[in-house]
Design a binder for this molecule. Structure first.
Ligand SMILES: [Zn+2]
Length: 245
């Protein structure tokens, strides 16, 4: 039913739209600001969508069939198969713990001019069930990926993986348009072998028309640097969860 923007397995939606999360001691020991940014990010998603990210304490995790653990980025598992800084997408009862890593290098985007938290929102949204925007089935009408300039992570974990590409082609997007302003879109040099060159370029005409329309409203806009959830991001979460029990 859903795909591309959302995970395709609807059984992985969080029961009752409730997503418990526990802030790991590694984050609490790092800084009060980072803890504040995690809470602000969760509140921000809650205000804009049907889901409810709900903080729980360490002593309560065993009571939950599934929960998100927010861990300090420096402890990230380098061998994981899922890209980005989220271990999985959506709800899993076995194992119950879904890890996201926060507070990493280069993760200093200003979030709605208040919080240093855009990347935390991005990782929480993977836990909710969103994919990267570059997985949209209409992607090739908007961007062309330079597979020669993708590094190992880009090739094997991100957007050039052959079977994942086929899945993207098959998937539906519930009519949502491709969205350069998505907080789930990577920047133009993401995962490039040579970061002085882009890892993707804008395809004309669809991509250029879409980008020109955004820049007419927001001249300084840069792909993958958007600090807030877009309307489409909120819409994707709400479409995914609208019919959830
Ligand atoms: Zn991501």
């Amino acid at each position: 039913m859903f795909g591309a923007l959302f995970m395709s397995d609807l059984d992985k939606r969080w029961p009752s739209k409730r997503i418990p999360y526990v802030i790991d001691l590694t984050v609490k020991n790092e800084s009060a600001n980072l803890v504040g940014a995690v809470r602000a990010s969760a509140d921000y998603i809650n205000r804009r969508t049907f889901v409810r990210l709900t903080e729980i304490q360490e002593t309560d995790v065993e009571k939950e069939p599934g929960y998100v653990r927010v861990v300090l980025y420096s402890l990230i598992d380098q061998g994981m198969s899922f890209p980005c800084a989220a271990k999985q997408m959506g709800y899993h009862a076995a194992p119950p713990e879904h890890i996201i890593w926060v507070g990493g290098p280069g993760k200093s985007l200003k979030f709605c001019n208040q919080y240093d938290a855009a990347s935390i929102v991005h990782e929480f949204l993977h836990a909710v069930g969103l994919r990267h925007e570059m997985g949209h089935k209409l992607r090739d009408a908007y961007i062309k990926i330079d597979e020669e300039n993708l590094d190992k992570d880009g090739k094997y974990q991100f957007w050039a993986k052959a079977d994942q590409k086929n899945e993207i082609r098959e998937a539906e997007t519930a009519g949502l348009p491709y969205d350069f302003t998505s907080i789930m879109h990577y920047p133009i040099s993401a995962l490039a072998k040579d970061p002085s060159k882009p890892s993707f370029v804008i395809v004309e005409p669809d991509g250029k028309i879409a980008l020109d329309a955004i820049k007419a409203k927001e001249p300084a806009f840069q792909i993958g640097q958007h600090n807030c959830m877009s309307e489409t991001d909120a819409g994707a979460v709400n479409l995914l969860y609208a019919s959830a029990p």
